[in-house]
Design a protein around this ligand. Structure first.
Ligand SMILES: *[C@@H]1O[C@H](CO)[C@@H](O)[C@H](O)[C@H]1NC(C)=O
Ligand SMILES: *[C@@H]1O[C@H](CO)[C@@H](O)[C@H](O)[C@H]1NC(C)=O
Ligand SMILES: *[C@@H]1O[C@H](CO)[C@@H](O)[C@H](O)[C@H]1NC(C)=O
Ligand SMILES: *[C@@H]1O[C@H](CO)[C@@H](O)[C@H](O)[C@H]1NC(C)=O
Ligand SMILES: *[C@@H]1O[C@H](CO)[C@@H](O)[C@H](O)[C@H]1NC(C)=O
Ligand SMILES: *[C@@H]1O[C@H](CO)[C@@H](O)[C@H](O)[C@H]1NC(C)=O
Ligand SMILES: *[C@@H]1O[C@H](CO)[C@@H](O)[C@H](O)[C@H]1NC(C)=O
Ligand SMILES: *[C@@H]1O[C@H](CO)[C@@H](O)[C@H](O)[C@H]1NC(C)=O
Ligand SMILES: *[C@@H]1O[C@H](CO)[C@@H](O)[C@H](O)[C@H]1NC(C)=O
Ligand SMILES: *[C@@H]1O[C@H](CO)[C@@H](O)[C@H](O)[C@H]1NC(C)=O
Ligand SMILES: *[C@@H]1O[C@H](CO)[C@@H](O)[C@H](O)[C@H]1NC(C)=O
Ligand SMILES: *[C@@H]1O[C@H](CO)[C@@H](O)[C@H](O)[C@H]1NC(C)=O
Length: 654
């Protein structure tokens, strides 16, 4: 027997230090200059000097330089022009998230077709600073091209970007951290955290999708390009979480279902989540239906996205413990549940007619994803009703939920393939509904969860998990739910392998930004996302693609909040083949942390901490030993478990 601390070092970290901050991708300053040159075209002298705050590059006639910021960034560009040999001189600026769409005549796209127009500056007017109007903030770009389109000689002394994402955040002051013996996994955790930061915006800078509702826009050929701007106020407050950095820059409740949890365990920016959720709740219809997306998106009925808003409310309460907010929104929440259960028919299942979803097809009838999410919401709703002592609602929801579970397992289960079918009239086995069946505990047994987990894994391709319900698509959104499903089916190595395979590709492929996660791509590895015809439109920073960040903290490290803000918790690590994990995050109650080492699949050193006025349970299957608290309390593990533990710092003595 030995003290784990002797080998692991103290668990607590000085308050001023953010652990493992060398992995944090967010910039150290909001005043950015490029880090390197990607490409030069034509004659430009000393282009490299603009990678310093004060430089002196000379553009000789028609020429361009593409600069690389090293990571995906966001903000307002400004050019410091020294001189121009002609009053007709112009400089243009174009942007691209992916190296695929670097182009001196156009930016990558925010619209359904074509490319986005460059920003042009009449630098022949004389020396000085040139910058666009604030509505021309670009929400996501790794590459910035400066182009000179005349015969003039133009001297440029600086190119800077005023970084605008996550406006209320101290960008590197994370409240959560994660570290393991697997460097790829570590980098993915931090890229997920950063992706959500760049998707967090000043609400006045929303909606760059100006051509979304413009059916007249046909294919736009260069040099003709589409205008774009970001000037629609999408929520109240000073910061909000959107789906994507470049686009849509709108509040989407489905996307938030993944982003919210990953935000909670990394930056802890729940304020930006709350403003987003409130912008959805103000749009609730008289019949209880919540919107598909926030304003100014057109109103469409979406059964699943309606449910995702309810999930958002429950997650927000779980992480913030803000009972006042929950109470204020409870009658709206209940009307939302009522609208959802009004689709349940005599079979016990909901029949989906509000078909908009995450741009998959065939979301109708007794769809398994929709019913699994409904089942999940009904469990959540019972928990919340318990908090608010709304016992009559809880009893009603329990009865409906039980019937859904029985009916789904009877009518939608395909025993031969070990997967649920999408609905009763198809042989298609969707990724979304099968991942959600496990996540929601719609599966009728642990055995069935294992079968589904194995069957999903058996379908993986070279670039990740397929989502056949959306064509030849790899969906990082739905795969985020699949990760949780593998952990819940007690298959941690399947979850870790999918992170390495799919998010490893998304992080390291040279067409990606090496810092943020793309919204979707093709099963053949091309960066074509089936629902869109316009490949340059694909967002390379999408909050819905950040599932690993939460999954690693909550499941691999095993830190889960049960009661609001972690008033009750469970510590159930599933490290798979990771041999070391050190992770934690903070809620309003204090700090949750876990640190352990394994050898031969057994915990050899282990400690964890929870705020002092909380209680929780520990599950370490197969482990024998005694938990010893800093205050000297000793609890012998019983079949690997212990319950009713008070907060504080505990160590395993083996
Ligand atoms: C960036 O823009 C903000 C908002 O307009 C402004 O307050 C700030 O001073 C700017 N920072 C720099 C370095 O220009
Ligand atoms: C380089 O400049 C030439 C002439 O202006 C242009 O035709 C070509 O497309 C440019 N190439 C790149 C990669 O920008
Ligand atoms: C910039 O470089 C040019 C030569 O390329 C030189 O004539 C000019 O004086 C330089 N300006 C500054 C401010 O260094
Ligand atoms: C350069 O671009 C500006 C802005 O689009 C345009 O007004 C100007 O005519 C262009 N100059 C040349 C020589 O193409
Ligand atoms: C946004 O900018 C466009 C283009 O200048 C303008 O037409 C529109 O009215 C602006 N919208 C808002 C909400 O200010
Ligand atoms: C902003 O707050 C006002 C006042 O509470 C409210 O009427 C409005 O609906 C809110 N808008 C959004 C988008 O949240
Ligand atoms: C049932 O599922 C299939 C496969 O996803 C789909 O093509 C079909 O449209 C669905 N039925 C309904 C009523 O949505
Ligand atoms: C679902 O409801 C629609 C519209 O009422 C109906 O046409 C359809 O047959 C129903 N589907 C099932 C599977 O009951
Ligand atoms: C899942 O559902 C089963 C009943 O089907 C129940 O016994 C079990 O406790 C549930 N698991 C969780 C984690 O809620
Ligand atoms: C864990 O398994 C993966 C493959 O499944 C392998 O690449 C990795 O090296 C393993 N890590 C350790 C620490 O054994
Ligand atoms: C727990 O303790 C903290 C700090 O003393 C306090 O702010 C918080 O309200 C307490 N929470 C509960 C649930 O008692
Ligand atoms: C011990 O735990 C394992 C898995 O955690 C479980 O399957 C088994 O039923 C438990 N045994 C007892 C006696 O509780």
């Amino acid at each position: 027997m030995y003290l784990a601390t002797l080998l692991l070092g103290p668990l607590t970290v000085a308050a001023s230090l953010v652990p493992y901050d060398k992995y944090i991708l967010a910039p150290k300053t909001r005043d950015l200059v490029p880090t390197s040159i990607h490409n030069v075209n034509g004659s430009v002298t000393n282009a490299i000097s603009l990678t310093r705050p004060s430089g002196n590059a000379t553009f000789h006639g028609v020429s361009s330089v593409t600069y690389d910021f090293g990571i995906n960034v966001a903000g307002l560009v400004s050019l410091d022009v020294g001189s121009a040999s002609s009053s007709a001189a112009f400089l243009g600026v174009t942007f691209s998230e992916s190296s695929l769409w670097v182009n001196e005549l156009a930016s990558d796209a925010t619209g359904d077709s074509g490319l986005d127009t460059p920003l042009w500056f009449p630098v022949g007017k004389g020396p000085g600073e040139y910058k666009p109007e604030e509505k021309h903030i670009r929400g996501g770009f790794r590459y910035l091209t400066i182009v000179s389109n005349t015969t003039a000689i133009v001297q440029v002394n600086g190119v800077r970007v005023n970084y605008t994402a996550a406006p209320d955040q101290d960008l590197r002051a994370y409240t959560g951290y994660f570290h393991s013996d697997d460097e790829l996994i570590n980098k993915i955790w931090y890229a997920g955290a950063y992706t959500n930061q760049i998707c967090t915006i000043d609400p006045k800078q929303g909606n760059s999708l100006v051509h979304l509702m413009d059916d007249s826009s046909t294919d736009i050929e260069l040099p003709e390009t589409a205008t774009w701007w970001n000037n629609y106020t999408i929520t109240n407050g000073s910061s909000t979480i959107t789906d994507g950095a470049k686009r849509d820059r709108l509040v989407w409740p489905g996307d938030m279902s993944i982003a919210l949890e990953s935000i909670a365990v990394s930056t802890g920016d729940l304020y930006s989540v709350r403003t987003a959720l409130e912008s959805l709740f103000v749009l609730q219809k008289a019949d209880g239906r919540l919107p598909y997306a926030g304003k100014p998106f057109f109103d469409a009925a979406s059964y699943t996205y309606h449910l995702h808003s309810l999930i958002g409310a429950s997650y927000l309460y779980r992480f913030s413990g803000d009972k006042k907010w929950l109470t204020q929104h409870w009658s709206q929440y209940k009307r939302g549940v009522q609208w959802a259960i009004s689709s349940v028919d005599s079979t016990g299942l909901a029949n989906i007619t509000a078909k908009s979803d995450w741009l998959r097809f065939g979301m109708g009838g007794h769809n398994v994803e929709a019913n699994a999410i409904l089942y999940y919401v009904l469990q959540d709703a019972q928990t919340l009703a318990g908090e608010l002592r709304d016992t009559s609602s809880a009893a009603k929801w329990k009865r409906i939920a039980e019937k859904i579970k029985i009916a789904a397992n009877k009518k939608l289960w395909d025993d031969e393939n070990g997967l649920y079918t999408d609905n009763q009239t198809t042989t298609l086995h969707p990724q979304d509904g099968n991942a959600w069946a496990i996540k929601a505990n719609l599966t009728d047994s642990a055995k069935r969860s294992t079968i589904v987990s194995n069957a999903l894994k058996a379908r993986w391709g070279k670039y990740g998990a397929p989502a056949p319900e959306a064509g030849k698509t790899v969906s990082p959104f739905i795969s985020g739910f699949e990760l949780q499903a593998h952990f819940l089916a007690n298959k941690p190595n399947s979850a870790l392998d999918l992170i390495r395979l799919q998010w490893g590709f998304m992080l390291n492929d040279p067409r990606m930004t090496q810092s943020t996660f793309i919204e979707g791509y093709s099963t053949d590895g091309s960066l074509h996302y089936a629902p869109y015809s316009n490949d340059p439109r694909v967002s390379h920073a999408h909050g819905w693609s950040t599932g690993p960040t939460y999954a690693l903290t909550a499941y691999a490290a095993g830190i889960q909040l049960i009661g609001a803000s972690g008033s009750t918790w469970s510590f159930t690590p599933q490290p798979g083949n990771l041999t070391f994990i050190d992770a934690g995050f903070t809620t309003s109650l204090g700090k949750f942390a876990a640190k352990f080492r394994t050898s031969g699949g057994k915990f050899v050193q282990l400690s964890f901490a929870a705020p002092s006025n909380t209680t929780g349970s520990v599950s370490l299957p197969g482990t024998k030993g005694t938990l010893v608290s800093k205050r000297g309390k000793r609890v012998v593990l019983s079949n690997g478990s212990a319950t009713g533990l008070s907060g504080g710092t505990w160590e395993l003595h083996v």
